[in-house]
Ligand binder design. Structure first.
Ligand SMILES: [Zn+2]
Length: 282
């Protein structure tokens, strides 16, 4: 119990750092530059520099009732939300993988999920996904594949979040071919949609994101991710279209939908495909 609490606190502290990066980032700026990462935190409204006790993840927000102590300006719900989410990532990723938190797979997946959060926040705010983040995902994918190859956790019925169902989709002789194929397939599919819709359905940032996702998750997991992202996308966008808040030509960032779909596949991939197949009595 005490372990979980300390993991949560570490995760939440990283989450508050992710908040800062996403808020200071501006398109065209280097993501990991000094003025994005360094510098002390201040209230976005009155710009007063915050003391350490105003920066305790989640707790400061609750104690200050979501307001700045100095100017009483309301603070964004993004702060406690992302901090809580990051804390939970630290606890639930090792549990879901069934390995200790300090196992290489755990650490890589935790890093992947932190990048997921950054991508969602930045894409949601600026309609852009920094290349550095997509590139970092690809590098983490490389590590992940090497580990899976070394630990022999890839095979006919393993090495996929879809469990034994992965065997139905083939391509399970070689992990590298499998993961490269998944990346290529995702990029071809998204590339076609972008070209055919003339960039109205999604942008090249999404194209550059789906490649690393395919590389990380492999085949057939990428199939579920793409499928789910379109379902989630239409669930979110349909009410906006009906209410007339957005017109189809308005940009809706697709990155967060891909990220939610990837997270669902990571945590519930097997349950999702299992209930899909039992729906048809297979
Ligand atoms: Zn203030």
């Amino acid at each position: 119990m005490i372990n979980y609490l300390s993991f949560f606190i570490i995760g939440a502290a990283i989450g508050s750092f992710l908040n800062v990066i996403s808020l200071r980032y501006k398109p065209g700026k280097k993501l990991f530059s000094e003025d994005v990462i360094a510098g002390r935190s201040h209230c976005p409204h009155c710009r007063k520099i915050l003391k350490w006790y105003e920066l305790v993840p989640v707790f400061s927000f609750i104690i200050q009732k979501g307001k700045c102590r100095h100017c009483k300006h309301k603070l964004s719900w993004q702060y406690p939300l992302i901090e809580t989410l990051s804390g939970l990532i630290f606890i639930f990723i090792p549990i879901s993988l069934g390995v200790p938190i300090f196992a290489p797979q755990s650490i890589i997946w935790i890093l992947i999920f932190f990048i997921f959060i950054l991508i969602s926040l930045i894409d949601f705010r600026h309609y852009i996904i920094p290349d550095q983040l997509n590139f970092s995902l690809a590098i983490l994918g490389l590590f992940l594949i090497s580990i899976k190859e070394k630990t022999r956790t890839f095979g006919m019925f393993e090495g996929s979040f879809l469990g034994h169902y992965s065997g139905l989709f083939g391509l399970r002789d070689n992990i590298w071919i499998n993961h490269f194929f998944a990346a290529l397939l995702g990029m071809i599919f998204f590339g076609l949609i972008i070209i055919l819709s003339r960039g109205r359905a999604m942008g090249w940032g999404d194209f550059k994101l789906v490649g690393p996702l395919g590389f990380i998750f492999g085949w057939p997991d990428i199939l579920m991710i793409v499928f789910l992202s379109f379902i989630i996308g239409s669930v979110f966008v349909a009410p906006l279209l009906i209410k007339g808040v957005k017109k189809m030509k308005d940009v809706v960032p697709f990155g967060p939908f891909l990220i939610i779909a990837s997270s669902l596949t990571f945590f519930f991939g097997y349950q999702i495909i299992n209930s899909y197949f039992s729906l048809f009595g297979v």
